[in-house]
Ligand binder design. Structure first.
Ligand code: ASP
Length: 439
């Protein structure tokens, strides 16, 4: 493995804060508020020709490693856990935890939205204005069909190369699991060869990521600058209650529920947990992408928690795609909010249960990229009778919500890895405090 030290997270954090401050300042001084905000041409130029390209180079250098990294680390993880005879057990615990936390998150979101009812009482002119302004965006988004058959096809690919080419992460995961399981059954000398190749591929990707991460402080600065400088604060005011419900829900899930699971199941206290995962949090928040955060998560799991490589290599790639409690919560709140705005009658309890189930399933299926859940969210809207184009209402402020829900998704990933490792007796537990002997 390359001996390069990782870029200190303080530099990435500095990029994040400076970019946010510079962007907000430019927004306040030069952008005329309104729907949509009036952005001066020079700012558009800077964003389109400097900020966005630098940010995209950074993100894409991370994305380019994701398919080989997920494939190699999962397959190797399965063979290593397989040699301990524990694939089924570890897999069941991991996926069970993902589903449990995502379901809890969707329920929290739906309870909050029922209590606050942010969708009732927006003036008609405001809704009409928002639809006129943001409707185009929604129409351009890809719409996909949600049927059980489609879901099954996503999970079981017929062609691994095509799954990789189309970034169908569930298909890639299934293929990696099959390769890992197959390797545990191959003759040892053949399996060994393949395993070493996969291990080398994983390490190679990590080396590339370390190079890409040198760009992180600048990439993060540019990504945040663009969002903050163009961000229409007016829209945030209008949709303030809705955004507040999403953010409060995420804070409950990420700040209370997940650390509580960690505390109860591993004994690690929340302050220690959050201090150790701060690099993951900064990366997730600034990239809005679970996939882009995967390399940082793998490093943090090993350096901060000394989680064994087989467990981290198994749980974290699965989590980057499947563990999306923040997304499930966001979807639940958004669907209910738009139903409150557009449907004359409140949704029945049966419909709300359906919303929870669909939000959990679509969150599992959403790609871990910025805005990855939006196309699937449109399907959930359609299935409860809300026009999918209604998503236009919230797209203007989605980036800020995306940054926040991706952070919670990644807190979920990190909580999963410590909980699973600890349940297997493989986590470096904190040393008990030993009182110094009295003189
Ligand atoms: N950006 C999210 C993630 O990568 C996915 C989403 O909710 O859009 O985790």
């Amino acid at each position: 493995m390359s001996a390069d030290p990782p870029v200190p997270h303080t530099r990435i954090l500095a990029g994040l804060l400076l970019g946010a401050m510079a962007g907000c300042l430019v927004n306040v001084v030069f952008v005329e508020p309104g729907l949509p905000p009036l952005i001066p041409p020079w700012l558009r130029w800077i964003n389109a020709n400097i900020a966005e390209p630098v940010g995209q180079v950074f993100l894409r250098l991370l994305f380019v490693t994701v398919v080989p990294l997920v494939f190699a680390s999962l397959a190797v993880g399965v063979t290593q856990i397989g040699s301990l005879g524990a694939v089924g057990r570890v897999g069941a615990k991991t996926i069970g935890y993902f589903l449990l936390t995502s379901t809890m998150a969707a329920i929290i979101g739906i309870v909050l939205v029922n209590l606050v009812e942010p969708g009732r009482g927006l003036p008609d002119e405001t809704i009409a204005e928002l639809q006129r302004t943001y409707g185009g965006d929604a129409a351009r988004r890809k719409k996909a069909d949600f049927t059980v058959l489609e879901f099954v096809k996503q999970i079981v690919p017929s062609n691994p190369i095509s799954a990789a080419a189309h970034l169908e992460m569930l298909g890639i995961i299934t293929f990696a699991l099959l390769v890992g399981i197959g390797l545990t059954r191959l003759e040892p000398h053949k399996a060994e060869l393949m395993k070493r190749l996969l291990e080398a591929m994983g390490e190679l990707m990590v080396t590339i990521i370390q190079l890409a991460m040198r760009l992180a402080p600048y990439g993060v600065f540019c990504l945040i600058f663009k969002t903050a400088s163009e961000f229409g604060f007016d829209l945030l005011k209008l949709l303030g209650q809705y955004a507040a419900v999403v953010l409060v829900g995420l804070a409950i899930q990420g700040g209370l529920i997940l650390p509580l699971f960690v505390k109860v199941l591993t004994g690690i206290n929340p302050v220690t947990f959050f201090t150790k995962i701060r690099a993951s949090i900064v990366t997730a928040f600034s990239t809005s992408s679970s996939n882009a955060t995967l390399p940082t998560n793998l490093r943090v799991a090993q350096t901060e928690f000394r989680a064994p490589i087989p467990i981290a290599g198994f749980v974290l790639p699965l989590g980057a795609t499947m563990c999306m409690a923040g997304t499930a919560l966001f979807e639940g709140v958004t669907v209910m909010f738009l139903a409150q705005v557009f449907l004359p009658e409140a949704l029945s309890i049966g419909d709300q249960v359906l919303v929870v189930i669909l939000c959990v399933l679509t969150a599992v299926g959403a790609a871990g990229v910025p805005g990855g859940s939006i196309p699937l969210l449109m399907l959930v809207l359609a299935s409860i009778g809300v026009e999918p184009g209604a998503i236009a209402l919230i797209l203007g402020i989605d980036r800020i919500l995306d940054m926040s829900r991706t952070t919670v998704n990644n807190i979920g990933d990190m909580s999963a890895v410590v909980i699973v490792a600890s349940s297997e007796g493989m986590l470096d537990r904190p040393e008990p405090v030993v009182e110094p002997p009295k003189a």
